[in-house]
Write a protein that binds this ligand. Structure first.
Ligand code: AHR
Length: 315
């Protein structure tokens, strides 16, 4: 599939990118036990394969770009595989990277379940696998480490913001647009939000359904909610793209987005514009710029160093 080459995510912090020249020159490249005994292709480059979910959101485009930027440096041979929103495509992509003798595989899993067999294949081939963004439910012995965000805390923070800023004295009705069912971002944000908002009896969740992190599906779901419920006060959209669909659905129904409290997640540049316009009320940041962190981990793993199993992004 085609790789997205532009980023729409606002870059909120300065994350220094270290040079990989020491690595590329061959210094300190001893392989760890359990990894391949050859860490470069015939040109001397380290072969890195990245299996992405799809290109469903601006967040995802920024995530893809972050990996591309860092692994375009000298010393790497980088292959991008677009999972096209299908776990089977992602699994086939990993198998291809294993067969082609890649040195490390980066996987952004669409959903948490169903990875055991292919992770065992990578392990048998001695190829470290770094899980990024969403998690897998497989035993942690089957992959090297995970890098991503604390989705449950993001969900809790959304609910805390409502209690602190909208208040708990008046009855408020909420509709939720969830992300891709079975993905860590959907599971964590839903669990975190529900557990926190249930502390306040003034908030009622009328409905919570999946819009698949997709703008047009989010729009259709919001249209349905508007037809279904007379009084909606708060709309929780588990990513910015669905929030844009929500705004369109509200405006096409002849209503004003600013009359609702719209809570979103990600923190894209476009969402900042919608906040300034008074349409999105709050946006919970999720940092997609994982490339530099992942590259440091790849170097350490290929040097035989031990790394922490879980690495949370700063946000
Ligand atoms: O897994 C992170 C989520 O996936 C982001 O919130 C969403 O925009 C993306 O598609």
């Amino acid at each position: 599939g085609a790789e997205q080459s532009t980023s729409t995510k606002v870059e909120l912090r300065d994350d220094p990118v270290k040079s990989s020249s020491d690595y590329a020159s061959g210094s300190g490249n001893a392989m760890s036990q359990g990894t391949k005994d050859n860490d470069s292709d015939s040109s001397g480059k380290v072969k890195i394969g990245f299996v992405q979910t799809a290109n469903e959101s601006g967040w995802r485009a920024a995530h893809t770009q972050s990996m591309k930027d860092i692994f375009s440096q000298d010393g790497y041979s980088y292959k991008f595989i677009d999972g096209q929103g299908e776990q089977s495509v992602q699994i086939a992509g990993i198998e291809e990277l294993i067969n082609d003798g890649y040195d490390a595989i980066i996987l952004a899993p669409i959903v948490e379940d169903g990875w055991d067999d292919v992770l065992k294949k990578a392990q048998a081939a001695g190829i470290p696998v770094i899980i990024v963004d969403r998690k897998v439910s497989s035993d942690s012995s089957l992959y090297s480490c995970w890098v991503g965000s604390d989705f449950e805390t993001e969900g809790k923070n959304a609910a805390k913001w409502l209690a602190d800023n909208i208040g708990t004295s008046e009855q408020k009705n909420i509709v939720v647009l969830e992300g891709t069912t079975g993905s860590s971002a959907q599971l964590g944000r839903t669990e975190g939000f529900n557990s926190e908002i249930s502390k306040y009896s003034s908030y009622s969740i009328l409905a919570s359904e999946s819009g698949d992190f997709d703008k047009s599906k989010g729009k259709e779901l919001m249209k349905k909610y508007l037809g279904q419920f007379d009084k909606i006060d708060v709309i929780v959209s588990q990513n910015d793209n669905m929030a844009y669909g929500v705004i369109e659905a509200i405006e096409e129904a002849g209503k004003n987005a600013s009359d609702y409290t719209i809570v979103s997640f990600d923190g894209e540049a476009e969402a900042f514009k919608q906040m300034i316009a008074g349409k999105i009320s709050v946006d919970i940041e999720c940092n997609p710029l994982q490339g530099p962190t992942v590259e440091k981990l790849v170097k350490k793993l290929l040097n035989g160093e031990t790394v922490d199993k879980e690495q949370f992004m700063e946000e």
